[in-house]
Design a protein around this ligand. Sequence first.
Ligand code: ZN
Length: 94
Amino acid sequence: MISDQEIDMTQGEQEMVNLLRRNGFVPCDIPACNCGSWHPRYGLPERMREIANALEDAGHPLTNENGHLVLAALNALIAERDALKQETIDWSIT
Ligand SMILES: [Zn+2]
């Protein structure tokens, strides 16, 4: 998608794009953001995506049920851990 835009760029614009890329920026490819601008490659959106992916791997994806809130998904994961911990303690006592 960005390559189509780059075809019509002036040399100055291409130099600016190269400058952004050299400094770790990437064109926005986050559907939820869709700003058409640039993000630092290792910026907050990327970190948040890593956290969301880890939550999904742990069985607590961001959904409408938890309002797509990382904190809500994390709280559910912690509650699940606590319940399993308690289950283990109860099982080992009896
Ligand atoms: Zn964006």
